[in-house]
Design a protein around this ligand. Sequence first.
Ligand code: AMP
Length: 364
Amino acid sequence: MKVGVLGGGQLARMIALAGYPFGIRFIFLDPSVGACATTLGSHLHGDYQDENLLAELAKRADVVTYEFENVPAKVANFLESHTSVYPPSKALAVAQDRLVEKNFLNDLGIPTAPYQDIISFDDLQKASEKIGYPAILKTRTQGYDGKGQSVLKSAADLKFAWEKLDGLAAIVEGFVTFSREISIVAVRSVSGELAFYPLSENVHKDGILRVSESRDNDPMQAKAEDYATRLMTALNYVGVLALELFEVDGELVANEFAPRVHNSGHWTIEGAETSQFENHLRAILDLPLGSTAAVGHVAMVNFIGGKPENEKVLEIPNAHLHLYGKAPRKGRKIAHATIRAKSIEELEPLKNRLIKLADDTDDS
Ligand code: AMP
């Protein structure tokens, strides 16, 4: 069995690592020579839009998946006309445009922050007035890790934020004063089998995920599962999906969803019976899904732009280090570590040691 992956970064790498025990082989299409997954399989080196390469990927792989959502619709449609591609292109089309995504979520009865699309400076002024300050201006496409976003504290910020957009289509959305950020990592197989991981509680800084912690038996679990089910059913979804949510006064407000394995699910490698990566493969190969039950209490800490000496991480009891094989660069996720403990009380000091190491070496 051979799985084709669009993209050869750390998510593709962790998918491949999960597939090796099953004897699954991998082929990655990625434009960069040293893409970090490519030591784990064949590498088709070139542009994502190159139809000859896409046709070769489709021919050599039994099924194709991807590790990022900004796959152009044209590429996904081309692949779908040649082979099985999961998640479906519809999920990409919805997730890669914030306006389409928010309309889609609201139509399913999943609440979001108030929002309005913007095509002129006049629109921006009127929408910000209506939604109220603070608000956030976000590009409709190509935004991730807080990129393409400006916080609007007052009308005085509008001009600069508008110029920064440089003509890109955008939305303004209300600033959500959340008590915490959570995500649900869910999975649906070709046969329609569904499974959900315990919620992840997430801490972001400058729009980038820093820490994720598993939350077993969380009071918001059932609501999050309901929203993820509505979304996956409507998309006829296959694979792992992450839905990012804000908690506000005991209610959940959706921010966005990622049609792929997700950074807030990395803790499942050591912290769940079956990792998100293995379950993604099981789902797209129509195998029975593995148990998503948590194994202990787990926290994951990202290393961004830089990382501590390996020894410093490994001397922390129960710490597991994942190096992505990527050169350090400002703002780039290059590794993560996971820590598991029997109780939250035991986890807390160990997690804080990891966070301190990350903070000391962070270059974002
Ligand atoms: P995004 O790129 O939309 O996932 O945003 C990255 C991060 O920015 C989120 O995880 C939040 O921490 C913050 N953020 C985004 N949108 C909002 C919002 N409407 N209100 C408050 N914080 C937000």
